[in-house]
Write a protein that binds this ligand. Structure first.
Ligand code: SF4
Length: 95
């Protein structure tokens, strides 16, 4: 869709290659590959951050850990953190 601005057309949609990049990203990042924390069960021990600081960060203000970058480590590394969480409150999305 275009709108007229004076004698020029101003495109409202991203260029075609921008749409292709978006499509590529959605194909690469499958939702099941994303770790999620059940915040209400988090003990705030910071083990996840100590083991994998690129993915997990304990937030003292909130009192629980957050996933700051779900693709910051390999699935094997994240699984190791999941297995080490004393509350077992980290899961793969969709599980
Ligand atoms: S390891 Fe588990 S319980 Fe400990 S801060 Fe991380 S998510 Fe919370």
């Amino acid at each position: 869709m275009d709108i007229t601005c004076g004698s020029r057309f101003v495109p409202l949609l991203p260029k075609k290659y921008d749409l292709n990049i978006f499509k590529l990203k959605t194909e690469v990042f499958m939702i099941k590959d994303v770790p999620v924390i059940r915040e209400e069960e988090c003990l705030g021990c910071s083990v996840c951050e100590e083991m994998c600081p690129a993915v997990f960060r304990f937030n003292a203000s909130l009192g629980y850990a957050l996933v700051i970058n779900p693709t910051g480590a390999s699935a094997e590394e994240i699984q190791e953190v999941m297995d080490s969480c004393p509350s077992s409150c980290i899961d793969w999305a969709g599980n």
